[in-house]
Design a protein around this ligand. Structure first.
Ligand SMILES: Nc1ncnc2c1ncn2[C@@H]1O[C@H](COP(=O)(O)OP(=O)(O)OP(=O)(O)O)[C@@H](O)[C@H]1O
Length: 268
C-alpha cells in the first residue's frame, strides 16, 4: 500500500466515463480531516457517480485519486472500504428486513452485510448504541429494519455510516424521499454526529437542495455539465454560480445558518 499526502481525499485531473459516456473531466479537489464538503448540481450530472469514486466503489477512468492518504490505483480498495463510511438509500434493501437497527449500525464498522453479524464485539455494540442515541433511535435498537418508518430507517443508515469512527464518511442524498419533519430530524441527527462523534473526520455529502445541508458544511463542489466550482462555501454557493450551473436564474437566501435556493420561474 503506497502512502501519499496527508489529505483524506485528493482528486487530480479526474476523468470518469460510464457506459461510453463522459460523466466528468478535469476534476480536482482535496478534503482534509474536519472538513465538510457538499456536492450539488443538476440531475444526471454525476454526483452519485462521484460519491462512489470518493468512497472507493467506482474506479476513475483517468487521473489521480488518493483516499485516506493511499493512491487508490496502487491499493487493494477492499482494505480501505471499512475505513470509509457510506450512506446510500440503495443500501437498505440489501441489509435484509429481519436485521435489527442495532445490528445494521454495528455492521457499518465492517461495511458488512448480514454474514458478518457473528463477528460483532461488545465494543461494536457499544458504539452502535451510542450512535443510535445520537440519531434519537435508542428505543428502536431491537426493532427490525422492516418495522421502521422510512425516516427512522434513513437515520439508522446514517448512524451506520459513522460506526467504526471512519476517517471519511460519504453520504449520497441522505435526505431524499423524506417528508419535512423527517428531513429536519435527519439534519439534526447529522449535525449531532458531526459535533460529537466525527469532529476530526471528513464528510462528503451529496444533496439536491441547499436547505438539506447542515450549517457545518465548510466547502462546496458544484458540478455542472461543462464545468465545476470547488472551494469554501461562501465563495462557491452564490446565486451567480448556481445560475450558471443550472442554466437558470437562481436566488440564494440564508435562514438560521442554512441556505435556501429558489429557481425563478417568472421574469422580475
Ligand atoms: N451503471 C451505470 N452505467 C452507465 N452509466 C451510468 C450508470 N449509472 C449512472 N450512469 C449515468 O451517469 C450519469 C450520471 O449519473 P449520476 O447518477 O451519477 O448523476 P447524479 O448527478 O447523481 O443524478 P441525480 O441528480 O439524478 O441523482 C447519468 O447520465 C447516468 O445515466
Amino acid at each position: 500500500m503506497t502512502v501519499m499526502s496527508a489529505h483524506l481525499v485528493r482528486l487530480n485531473d479526474a476523468l470518469l466515463v460510464r457506459g461510453g459516456t463522459q460523466i466528468f473531466s478535469d476534476l480536482s479537489l482535496t478534503v482534509e480531516g474536519g472538513q465538510r464538503l457538499a456536492i450539488i448540481g443538476p440531475n444526471g450530472v454525476g454526483k452519485t457517480s462521484l460519491s462512489m469514486v470518493l468512497s472507493g466503489r467506482l474506479r476513475l477512468s483517468k487521473g489521480e485519486i488518493e483516499l485516506l492518504g493511499h493512491d487508490v490505483r496502487r491499493t487493494d480498495i477492499r482494505t480501505l472500504r471499512p475505513k470509509i463510511g457510506y450512506f446510500s438509500d440503495e443500501l437498505a434493501p440489501r441489509l435484509g428486513p429481519e436485521m435489527t437497527a442495532l445490528q445494521a449500525v454495528a455492521l457499518g464498522r465492517y461495511s458488512g452485510l448480514r454474514s458478518e453479524w457473528f463477528s460483532l464485539t461488545p465494543a461494536d455494540l457499544l458504539e452502535a448504541d451510542r450512535l443510535l442515541q445520537l440519531v434519537e433511535l435508542s428505543d428502536a435498537r431491537d426493532r427490525t429494519l422492516e418495522s421502521l418508518s422510512s425516516g427512522q430507517r434513513q437515520r439508522v443508515l446514517l448512524a451506520r455510516a459513522f460506526c467504526g469512527t471512519p476517517q471519511l464518511t460519504v453520504l449520497d442524498e441522505p435526505t431524499s424521499h423524506l417528508d419535512l419533519v423527517a428531513r429536519e430530524l435527519m439534519i439534526v441527527a447529522l449535525e449531532r454526529i458531526l459535533g460529537e462523534h466525527h469532529r476530526d473526520g471528513a464528510l462528503i455529502m451529496v444533496a439536491h437542495h441547499l436547505e438539506d445541508l447542515p450549517s457545518s458544511i465548510t466547502h462546496v463542489l458544484v458540478l455542472a455539465q461543462e464545468r465545476h466550482w470547488f472551494g469554501p462555501i461562501d465563495e462557491v454557493l452564490t446565486a451567480q454560480t448556481l445560475t450558471e450551473a443550472y442554466q437558470h436564474p437562481i436566488e440564494v437566501h440564508s435562514l438560521a445558518g442554512r441556505r435556501i435556493a429558489t429557481a425563478k420561474t417568472h421574469p422580475a
